[in-house]
Design a protein around this ligand. Structure first.
Ligand code: 87F
Length: 547
């Protein structure tokens, strides 16, 4: 039997096992598919192994529902969630992924928030080329040196070698700044504030993970130039606040705004600020976005000079800042559960899925009409609702399916609901069910969606906060690290001490490092010493393992 025929056969058989007799009882994910997770396995070898495998094993291999629990194997669980929720499709180049509409719509929602916000700040969008010559890329040798192994090169066109290899942008400083030097002449040309929405390529070698660490990713990169450091400093924080809002208001993920250590900052800049998230399940911090003040380093290198109003020569002060499609991965890791994806309503392209529940002898026409008018009423009130009218799937199957895809709220309408002029609402975050009179539909749905958004953030924050551990000594630090904590410690802020702490914690799970020193600093009381060196502490800093 051909693979496709076999799978079709299994699918039909399973559907028969869960016929369209509807009930509100919970049906386990009876989902199967030919949708193959191809990591490490070519299609041909996988299909061969499927053909020769025993039937029982084949079923397991082709299941489309969630099979791994978040607590049991986080990595496997994450792969299942992103694929089964139809956000990601694996691709035949390792570290490259297809972003399906479910993921792309989240990216677009974040863009629809961020883009007008930066325009209000006077930042304009531009687009610079994807390619950069070796000459230009090397212009900024110091900062590129450490990154060189990650740069991807085009060396051929057709069968002939290119005269000079061309790099694919890993970031656009060297692409843009020669033109900043050309366009900025006098103080009237300042500030110059540009942003671009684009893709970048960094040929990473360590453990590729969809959204979190991919070889090509989407981002916005802002590059700005000012006459004074004060203006640059102010913008760094304004952008950082927008990044906080992306995470907290849209993705319902709590973040810490802070400053990076000298070791962890962008080497080409003056100082780096970031928003840091935390994944309780792995005990790892994750940098959510960065906003750098570059100082005058790049201005010197690219000779970005201007004449001030008194005719004196000056050098510009620059910033650069970015958030990427990693945002989506952080959201999945923080909110997802054993049933699959959990979407915050603000970023869900479908917020409410209406499912007809037609018992055997029910008036299916009336149920369908009620479902349709429910969707229409919600859409009119700007609630993103949709209807699953498929007749070849049972309601129970549909419940599991839309739960796996993270839809925040489900509406069930059956004959008893029609009789009582009500609908049943089921929340994805808590599973709570409530029957609501049809007359109060819009008002109740809007209220519950707000409450889901709020609850996701509060729950994530409680879980994150429960992982924060204050330490004062090295022993407390290593114990907390082994317990997957987000460590908060008084630190002397010395590079050598951080290097030493890194070296001493190097192990199978990766070394500990500083995540950030929060902008909001608790007081350092008299006599407080660094947990690692015993020297006087200068600041409170978050430490931990990280992505
Ligand atoms: C990889 C290869 C080549 C990061 C790289 O954070 C160069 C680089 O410069 C590189 N990986 N970086 C640092 C990027 C700094 C900066 N660029 C603009 C940002 C924000 C947006």
């Amino acid at each position: 039997m051909r693979l496709s025929t076999f799978l079709l056969f299994s699918l039909t058989k399973l559907r028969c096992a869960f016929p369209f007799t509807s009930s509100r009882s919970k049906v386990q994910n009876p989902l199967i598919s030919s949708n193959l997770k191809e990591r490490n396995t070519s299609f041909s070898s996988l299909s061969l192994s499927l053909l020769f495998a025993k039937k029982k094993e084949v079923k397991k291999e082709t299941k489309l529902g969630m099979t791994v629990k978040k607590d049991d194997n986080f990595g496997e669980w994450y792969s299942e969630v992103v694929v089964h929720s139809e956000m990601i499709e694996y691709y035949d180049i390792s570290g490259c992924y297809i972003l399906r509409p479910q993921a792309m719509s989240i990216w677009e929602t974040l863009q629809a928030f961020f883009d007008p916000e930066i325009k209000k700040m006077g930042i304009k969008n531009a687009y610079f080329p994807l390619f950069v010559t070796e000459n230009v890329l090397q212009k900024e040798k110091d900062h590129i040196e450490g990154f060189a192994p990650e740069v991807a090169w085009v060396t051929k066109s057709g069968k002939s070698d290119l005269e000079v290899p061309i790099a694919i942008r890993p970031t656009s400083e060297t692409v843009m700044y020669p033109y900043f030097a050309k366009w900025i002449r006098g103080h009237r040309d300042l500030p110059l504030k540009l942003n671009q929405w684009c893709n970048v390529v960094r040929w990473e070698f360590s453990n590729p993970t969809p959204f979190i660490r991919s070889r090509e990713f989407l981002w916005q990169e802002g590059h700005t130039a000012f006459a004074t450091k004060e203006e640059a400093d102010q913008e760094v924080l304004e952008i950082l606040e927008l990044y906080r809002r992306v995470y907290e208001e849209y993705l319902a993920v709590p973040v810490i705004k802070g400053r990076k250590s000298e070791l962890e900052k962008f080497a080409g800049g003056l100082y780096t600020t970031s928003v840091e998230a935390f994944i309780p399940h792995t005990g790892r911090g994750i940098q959510g976005a960065t906003s750098h003040c570059l100082g005058q380093n790049f201005a010197k290198m690219f000779q970005i000079n201007f004449e001030d109003d008194k005719g004196e020569k000056g050098m510009v002060w620059q910033n650069s800042w970015a958030y990427s499609s990693r945002t989506i991965g952080v959201m999945v890791m923080v909110h997802g559960d054993d049933k699959g994806l959990v979407l915050p309503p603000k970023v869900a392209s479908v917020q409410v899925m209406v499912i007809p529940v037609p018992y055997k002898d029910a008036d299916t026409t009336a149920i369908k009409a009620a479902c349709e008018s429910t969707v229409k009423e919600l859409n009119t009130a700007a609630v993103r609702a949709d209807l699953d009218t498929r007749e070849n799937y049972s309601p129970g199957w549909k419940y599991s399916h839309w739960e796996m895809k993270g839809i925040p709220l489900r509406i069930e309408i059956g004959p008893r609901d029609l009789e009582k002029s009500q609908v049943r609402l089921v929340r994805r975050d808590t599973g709570a069910k409530v029957d609501v009179p049809m007359t109060e539909l819009v008002e109740k749905v809007q209220k519950i969606l707000l409450s889901i958004q709020e609850n996701l953030f509060n729950t994530a924050k409680e879980k994150r906060d429960a992982c924060i551990e204050k330490v004062h000594t090295w022993d407390e630090f290593t114990t907390a690290l082994n317990n997957k904590k987000l460590i908060f410690a008084p630190w002397c802020d010395e590079k050598e001490v951080e290097e030493d702490a890194k070296a001493r914690t190097k192990g199978d799970h990766g070394a500990a490092k500083t995540l950030c020193s929060p902008l909001d600093q608790p007081e350092i009381t008299e006599g407080t010493v660094c947990f690692a060196s015993g020297k006087p502490a200068k600041k409170w800093t978050y430490w931990g393992r990280s992505y």
